[in-house]
Design a protein around this ligand. Structure first.
Ligand code: AGP
Length: 595
C-alpha cells in the first residue's frame, strides 16, 4: 500500500538520502512506483521511478542537495495506472505533494481548476496539487490554501506538502488515513507508518481526523476546523528489532523462526500467576468485561485467526461468537455484545470505516487485538490488547497470525472460568514445542518437497478446529506462489478436484482415525502426485508415499499453533522453487489502507 515519508531538517542537510532510507523501511507494504522531492532554491527537485527502490537509486544525484524540506512516497496504484506521471510526488508551479488515500469528489474539484492547469497523469492527487496552486494564486498563503482545500475535499487523505514560498516548512493534513509526526534533535519526520521513524525520534504526535497544519524547523502547529488544537504525544520507544534478515534467506523465514519468542512474549506480558489473579494487571483489566455474545471483526489472515477464536470462545468460554469480514459488517445488532477487532496493522480501511460517519460505533463494549502500537485503530477503541509479534517486515503475515491465534486462545481461557484457566498450561509449553518443531524443518522441507513446477493446484484438507489454519495455509500458498489453492473440510471436498496435477496437504488430528483413513484413501485413489500429511504426534496410518510431518505430541486445542509453522514453511518452499519474490510478493499489500 502507499506510504509517506517526509523530513524537515533544522539545518540544511542531505534530505534525499534521508528520504530514501525512510522509504526503504516501508517497502514491505508493497508498492509499484517510488519518488522523492527536495525543495532547494525555490524549486522542487522531483525524482521518480516506476518499479522499486533499485530503479530510483541510479537517478539520484551524486551530490545530494543541501536543503531543509523533502517529501517521499511509495505508491501502490489504485486510482490511475502504474506510470511515472502517476507516481508521487506530484507537483505544480509552487507546490509538491505526496498523498495516501482517495479523494472521492474529484469530479467536483477538477472543474474549479483554471484551464491552464496541465494535468499530466490520471490521479486525484495531481488534481489536489493544482487545486492548492489555484487557491494560492488567490490568497498567496500556502496554509490558507490547504485549509480551504481540506474544507472542500471529500474522501480520505494523508498529505505532506512542500511549497516553494516556505522553504523551511512542511504542510500536512489527514483524514481516515494514518499520518504521524516524529520529533528528533535533527528535525521532524512525517510518516504514514511508525516503523519508518528513525531511532533518533524521541516524541510522536498523532494528528486526528480532519487535522491539518504545518511543521517548521522549530514546532508543529495543528488545526482542526479553523481552530488551533493540541494533539496527544507519546514517547517514541524503538523496538530494537533488527531491520536485517541476519542469516535467513528472507524476512519471512526469519519471522517464522521468531514465533516461539512471540508466544513467550505474549505469556510474559499477559500471564502472571499470583494469589489474586492468573493474569497481569493490564490483561486482567482487558478481560474484566465478559459478554455472553461476541462479534469478531477482521480481514484477510486476521479474519482466519478470528475463525479459530470463535471456535475457542465457544468451546472453552461458552461465549456465542460470530466472525465477520470487516467490509461486511455494519454493527449488526451489536449493542449488547463485545465487538473485538483483530488487526496486525490497525490501519485496515474496512475496519476504520466502521468508526466514521455514517456508521459510527454502535456497541457498548469494544476491544481490539493489534500488533502495531500507535495505530489508528488503537486510538479508536478503549480496550487494546497488544499482540507482541514485533515488527513484521514480510508482506505475508506469519508471526502476527500466530500471535493473534495465541492471544485469542488466551482470551477464551480467561473467560472460561476455572476450567478455562486450566488450559493456560497448554500455552506454557508451546514455545519449547515450537522451538523443537521449527528447528531443522525448513531444511527438511526444502530437501523433501520436490520442485513440482507443473503442479498448479494445491488442495488443503482438514476437519474440526483445523479449518481456519488450512484456509490461512492456502492463503499463504496463493500469496507467495501465485498458485491457485483451495481449502476444504473433508465433508465438503469436491473429490473430482484431486487429479494428477494437484498437490494435497492434509492436516489431521491423529485421534480422528476414521477421517484419517478416508483422507489417505482418497489421496491414494485419486493419484495426487504429492501428498503431505501433518499430524499432532506420530501416527501409523500414514502410507509411506506421503510426506509425513509430525508436530510434537500436543493437545488438539493447541495443535493449530503447531501445525501453522509447517504450513507457512511449505508455502515458502514451494514459492522458492518457483522463484517468487518472498518478502514482497507481486501485487500483495500488507494491509489494505484504502477502501
Ligand atoms: C496477510 O498475509 C495479508 N497480507 C492480509 O490478508 C492481511 O492479513 C489483511 O490485509 C489484514 O490486515 P491487518 O491484519 O493489518 O488488518
Amino acid at each position: 500500500m502507499c506510504g509517506i515519508f517526509s523530513f524537515i531538517s533544522r539545518e540544511p542537510s542531505s534530505i534525499a538520502t534521508v528520504l530514501v532510507e525512510g522509504l526503504q523501511k516501508i517497502t514491505y507494504r508493497g508498492y509499484d512506483s517510488v519518488g522523492v522531492s527536495v525543495l532547494h532554491n525555490e524549486e522542487h527537485h522531483v525524482i521518480k521511478a516506476v518499479g522499486n527502490m533499485d530503479q530510483l537509486a541510479p537517478l539520484m544525484p551524486k551530490k545530494s542537495l543541501q536543503a531543509h524540506v523533502g517529501i517521499g512516497h511509495i505508491r501502490w496504484a489504485t486510482n490511475g495506472s502504474v506510470s511515472l506521471q502517476n507516481a508521487h510526488p506530484v507537483a505544480s508551479k509552487h507546490f509538491a505533494l505526496v498523498h495516501n488515500g482517495i479523494i472521492s469528489n474529484i469530479d467536483d474539484i477538477a472543474p474549479r481548476l483554471p484551464k491552464i492547469s496541465v494535468l499530466k497523469g490520471e490521479t486525484d492527487s495531481e488534481v489536489v496539487v493544482h487545486f492548492c496552486e489555484h487557491l494560492w494564486s488567490n490568497n498567496r498563503s500556502s496554509f490558507f490554501s490547504l485549509e480551504r482545500a481540506v474544507e472542500l475535499l471529500e474522501g480520505s487523505w494523508a498529505l505532506a506538502i512542500a511549497c516553494t514560498k516556505n522553504p523551511e516548512s512542511l504542510l500536512f493534513a489527514r483524514k481516515q488515513s494514518p499520518l504521524i509526526i516524529g520529533e528528533a534533535p535533527e528535525g521532524f519526520y512525517l510518516a504514514s507508518d511508525i516503523g519508518s521513524m528513525p531511532d533518533t525520534v524521541t516524541e510522536l504526535t498523532f494528528p486526528e481526523d480532519g487535522d491539518y497544519g504545518f511543521v517548521n524547523t522549530k514546532e508543529i502547529i495543528v488545526y482542526n476546523n479553523k481552530k488551533e488544537v493540541v494533539r496527544p504525544t507519546s514517547p517514541h520507544v524503538t523496538t530494537q528489532q533488527t531491520a536485517t534478515k541476519g542469516s535467513f534467506s528472507s524476512f519471512l523465514l526469519k519471522e517464522i523462526h521468531e514465533q516461539p519468542d512471540v508466544v513467550r512474549s505474549i505469556l510474559k506480558n499477559n500471564v502472571q500467576k499470583t494469589e489474586s489473579s492468573s493474569f497481569t494487571p493490564s490483561f486482567a483489566e482487558s478481560v474484566r468485561i465478559r459478554t455472553a455474545r461476541m462479534h469478531l471483526i477482521a480481514c484477510g489472515s486476521s479474519y482466519y485467526a478470528s475463525l479459530l477464536g470463535v471456535h475457542w470462545l465457544e468451546k472453552i468460554a461458552n461465549i456465542a461468537a460470530s466472525p465477520y469480514i470487516a467490509s461486511e459488517y455494519y454493527w449488526q445488532c451489536a449493542e449488547d455484545k463485545m465487538c473485538a477487532f483483530i488487526s496486525q496493522s490497525g490501519e485496515t480501511a474496512d475496519i476504520l470505516r466502521l468508526f466514521s460517519e455514517p456508521l459510527k460505533p454502535k456497541a457498548k463494549h469494544t476491544m481490539c487485538l493489534i500488533n502495531s502500537a500507535h495505530s489508528s485503530l488503537s486510538r479508536l477503541v478503549p480496550r487494546v490488547i497488544p499482540l507482541y509479534a514485533g515488527v513484521e517486515r514480510s508482506v505475508a503475515s506469519t508471526k502476527a497470525f500466530l500471535s493473534q491465534i495465541t492471544t485469542l486462545f488466551l482470551l477464551a481461557c480467561a473467560w472460561g472460568g476455572e476450567e478455562g484457566r486450566k488450559h493456560i498450561a497448554k500455552l506454557e509449553t508451546l514455545p519449547t514445542l515450537l522451538d523443537t518443531l521449527i528447528k531443522g524443518s525448513y531444511d527438511f522441507l526444502a530437501t523433501n518437497i520436490p520442485p513440482l513446477l507443473d503442479i498448479n493446484h494445491y488442495i488443503f484438507l482438514s476437519a474440526e478446529n483445523l479449518y481456519p489454519i488450512i484456509v490461512e495455509g492456502s492463503l499463504k500458498m496463493k500469496e507467495l506462489s501465485y498458485i491457485t489453492s483451495t481449502a476444504y473440510t473433508f465433508d465438503n471436498m469436491p473429490f473430482l478436484h484431486i487429479h494428477p496435477h494437484s498437490m494435497l496437504i492434509i492436516v489431521l488430528n491423529k485421534d480422528h482415525e476414521p477421517l484419517a483413513h478416508e483422507a489417505l484413501a482418497l489421496a491414494l485413489q485419486d493419484h495426487a502426485p504429492f501428498v503431505i500429511v501433518i499430524t499432532n504426534g506420530p501416527s501409523d496410518l500414514i502410507p509411506p508415499h506421503c510426506l509425513h510431518l509430525e508436530t510434537p505430541e500436543c493437545d488438539h486445542l493447541v495443535f493449530p499453533m503447531l501445525a501453522t509453522p509447517f504450513l507457512q514453511m511449505i508455502a515458502l518452499v514451494v514459492a522458492e522453487h518457483r522463484g517468487s519474490c518472498i518478502d514482497q510478493p507481486r501485487n500483495l499489500a500488507k494491509s489494505v489502507t484504502v477502501e
